[in-house]
Design a protein around this ligand. Structure first.
Ligand code: BGC
Length: 366
């Protein structure tokens, strides 16, 4: 019965369209090929498509490219922020014969349940971008997330210094408290800001987590912050979506462009907000590198090999060291938006639409 409901749910997820993409390497599952080498089949579960544009526009694309290039069979699905669907997709992938499962968890608890299920079915696992605390993934592939936060903190300081702000009151819009990355980002930016608060150079204002990185919630939260603390003079927003939510509220008070706002992910929207002067910086994470590194490890695992990684992270909850690949993030301001284009992450056609054409030209983007 339970199984019936689960498969129905799975069909529901599959039927929503655009959520799934399977490799067309049919031979991979063809028992008649006569080959006795273990055939790789990799399952990937992305978290949602609203908390950041990256998952669908970058991660999916680059993972697909990497798997196609390697000629391995794959199945990439998006749980659309639904924890039950996440479990269903995982079960379906395990039953469907993946030998590696790569996940971006929606929280550590539900992520761990999926990893444990995979493990007991003999499926190797990778934590992609977000570490599952207390989990059992063989690898963790991500960016140095404390460094991401540090760039955000330093970026905000630079913008406030350039604006000659005195004793600015800082508001912090953190990511989801159940995302270990959000904790690491905060560790990074608070490391920079705390010294300023302690010295009295900056004033600590409202500081809140945004459940599930939800952009609408971020807008409501920031509106309340600005009502209770109208003199907010700088906003540490943990990603471009949260930053955009704050900018929309600042616009209502004609404070956009006056109050620097940070971001992360170098999304088209974030970069346009930067070109407009409404956002002070974003953090560019070269997702192609992340996807390539994860795909390489996954393919190795699928073939029963153990890949080489040079880093390790500590899972404080599971009290274990996890083999990791941690890439380096880069700070983006108006001065180097061009770097994101040059790297092929965003195209001129996507960024320089309408009024942005002139702004792109000024920023040396063509
Ligand atoms: C990712 C960010 C993303 C956020 C919301 C984090 O775990 O590292 O790139 O903006 O989740 O999806």
């Amino acid at each position: 019965m339970r199984k019936g409901i689960l498969s129905l749910l799975a069909v529901g997820v599959l039927a929503t369209g655009g959520l799934t993409a399977c490799g067309d390497d049919d031979k991979a599952s063809d028992p008649g090929t006569g080959s006795n080498t273990k055939k790789a089949k990799i399952g990937v579960i992305l978290p949602d498509s609203k908390s950041s544009a990256r998952w669908e526009t970058a991660d999916r694309k680059y993972l697909e490219q990497a798997f196609k290039t390697a000629g391995v069979d794959y199945d990439i699905q998006n749980a659309q922020n639904d924890k039950a669907a996440f479990q269903t997709i995982a079960e379906q992938m395990i039953t469907g014969g993946v030998n590696v499962l790569m996940i971006v968890n929606l929280d550590s608890g539900t992520g761990k349940a999926v990893l444990d299920k995979a493990k007991s079915a003999g499926v190797a696992t990778i934590d992609y971008d977000r570490l599952t605390l207390g989990g059992s993934a063989a690898y963790y592939v991500s960016f140095d997330n404390v460094a991401v936060g540090k760039l955000q903190g330093e970026g905000l300081v630079k913008c406030l210094t350039d604006a000659k702000a005195t004793k600015p009151v800082i508001a912090e819009l953190n990511g989801s408290q159940t995302d270990n990355n959000a904790t690491l980002f905060k560790q990074g930016y608070d490391g920079v800001l705390k010294a300023k608060y302690d010295s009295g150079e900056y004033v600590k204002g409202p500081d809140q987590w945004v459940a599930e990185w939800d952009n609408t919630t971020a807008g409501t939260t920031f509106e309340q912050m600005l009502t209770s603390t109208p003199n907010i003079a700088g906003v540490l927003a943990a990603n471009d979506g949260l930053g955009n939510a704050a900018i929309n509220i600042l616009k209502k008070q004609k404070l956009n462009g006056k109050v620097p706002v940070t971001g992360q992910d170098a999304t088209v929207q974030g970069l346009q907000n930067i070109l407009n002067g409404d956002q002070c910086m974003t953090v560019y994470k070269a997702v192609k590198q992340e996807a390539d590194a994860a795909a390489k490890l996954a393919i190795g695992l699928a073939k029963g090999e153990k890949g080489a990684t040079s880093q390790k992270v500590t899972d404080p909850e599971g009290k274990r060291e996890v083999d990791a690949v941690l890439l380096t993030p880069k700070s983006i301001t108006k001065d180097n938006v061009k770097d994101v284009i040059d790297d092929g992450y965003v195209t001129v056609a996507e960024l320089c639409t309408g009024d942005f054409a002139a702004k792109c030209a000024t920023a040396g983007i063509k």
